[in-house]
Design a protein around this ligand. Structure first.
Ligand code: S3P
Length: 435
């Protein structure tokens, strides 16, 4: 699909779909609750549908019925031990969160299960979850010595561990805490720096026996809890595309309503402010345990910055669109300590470096990041997304400014996380009003 340049600014107020990470967790924890739950404002994207389908295959009744016009799930929880052995392979599609969190959960269930995914997911490293799970007593086999899916899990009685993760990863942390829910004793996880904490917030708000002390996260095995209504805020990682578009396209002003602004996710807001962007955060009442706000961005001149250290896990999914902000900024931007980007839905350092070079932007690649020289004018390019949703959306935003526009090889992959992205973009560009 070709995204052509727009001569006019982006203006308007939009609502982005529900948070992907919170939706996955809301489905998982509702399925394990004692009794019914409602997940209000869930994200109906391909990734989340994979998690929903997996639980349906394990005997959990989940139906979609709007509440006050908001897309909502009704989940009939069967408790910590209520899942039944799936009769087929659980296909996690493109979703690392589904595959890794379910591996942790199913390692301690009294049945056999097999998890797989699409070509991209089958290349992503799984040893990071399997190693700590094996120390809890899990029996998991996979290709390449257990590092690659498909994974075959022979459920075992697990025991609690006290482990320190070598990388800050919410997926690994959550997989171990989910295994700890049905393990004997206490399971404790510590991370090198803080990754997104939606699992911790949800465990607390559901009333599971979970505690956090000095960065040590502990769950008591057998912590059952009742079902609940869980409200899902808008996804900041989806809002990110419009925040950057509004910041770099002259004359723009965009408000995005009811967005989750959990500080473990909000690195982009800090980076954009540091680059000189005008972003205002108007707090709203929180949803469950998650802080929420209306975000407004106005365009202005950006300058380059350095992003590294503890900011990396809090900004991890926003680097593709941050690369576009950097390419539009005055001066150079340096990204360091971000080697995790190499093992996301695509190698996001290589994919974005290639895409930016195609637009005539100077980029230097490092094993753990890149240096981007900002440029006033970009030429249009052909972009290979490698099926990566966030690359497709980032290059669509860049196409609004690039001379001749950007041709994107695959926009269907956007449905992984953001159904309706193109429609919202045309509302903001004013195209919908003209048609
Ligand atoms: C996620 C955690 C992050 C993030 C991913 C979603 C989650 O991955 O990149 O898109 O929902 O837990 P890692 O845990 O591998 O850093």
């Amino acid at each position: 699909m070709r995204i052509s340049p727009k001569k006019h600014p982006l203006r308007g107020t939009v609502t982005v779909p529900g948070d992907k990470s919170i939706t996955h967790r809301a489905v998982i924890f509702s399925a394990l609750a004692e009794g019914p739950s409602e997940v209000v404002g869930y994200l109906p994207s391909e990734d989340c549908e994979r998690t929903i389908a997996a639980f349906q295959e394990m005997g959990i009744s989940i139906s979609v019925e709007p509440i006050n016009g908001v897309p909502s799930l009704h989940v009939q929880g069967k408790g910590l031990w209520g899942l039944t052995e799936p009769t087929g392979v659980l296909d996690c599609g493109n979703s690392g969160t589904t595959l890794r969190l379910l591996t942790g959960l199913l390692a301690g269930k009294p049945f056999f299960s097999v998890l797989t995914g699409d070509a991209s997911l089958r290349k992503r490293p799984m040893r990071r979850v399997i190693d700590p799970l094996r120390t809890m007593g899990a029996e998991i086999l996979g290709r390449s010595g257990g590092n690659l899916a498909p994974l075959a899990i022979l459920g075992k009685k697990l025991h609690g561990i006290d482990t320190r993760l070598p990388i800050a990863s919410a997926q690994v942390k959550s997989a171990i805490l989910l295994a700890g829910l049905t393990a004997s004793g206490v399971t404790t996880v510590t991370e090198p720096s803080r990754s997104r904490d939606h699992t911790e917030r949800m465990l607390r708000s559901l009333g599971a026996r979970f505690e956090e002390r000095d960065g040590r996260l502990s769950i008591v095995g057998g912590s059952s809890y009742p079902g609940k209504r869980i409200e899902v805020p808008g996804d900041l990682s989806s809002a990110a595309f419009f925040l950057v578009a509004g910041a770099i396209i002259e004359g723009s002003e965009i408000t995005i309503r009811k967005v989750g602004v959990n500080p473990t996710r909000a690195g982009l807001l800090e980076v954009l402010k540091e680059m000189g962007a005008e972003v205002t955060v108007a707090p709203l009442p929180s949803m469950g345990d998650e802080p929420v706000a209306d975000l407004t961005v106005r365009s202005g001149a950006l300058h380059g910055t350095t992003v590294r250290g503890e900011l990396i896990p809090r900004t991890i999914d926003e680097f593709p669109i941050l690369c576009i902000a950097a390419a539009a900024a005055e001066g150079e931007t340096i990204i360091q300590d971000a080697q995790e980007l190499r093992v996301k839905e695509s190698d996001r350092i290589a994919t974005m470096a290639g895409a930016l070079r195609g637009m005539g932007v100077t980029v230097e690649e490092f094993p753990d990041g890149m240096r981007i020289e900002g440029k006033k004018k970009w030429k249009g390019t052909f972009c290979e997304t490698h099926g990566d949703h966030r690359i497709a959306m980032s290059m669509a935003i860049a196409g609004l400014l690039a001379e001749g526009g950007n041709e994107i090889d695959d926009v269907a992959c956007i449905n992984t996380s953001f159904p309706g992205f193109m429609g919202l973009l045309s509302t903001l560009t004013g195209e919908e009003r003209k048609n």
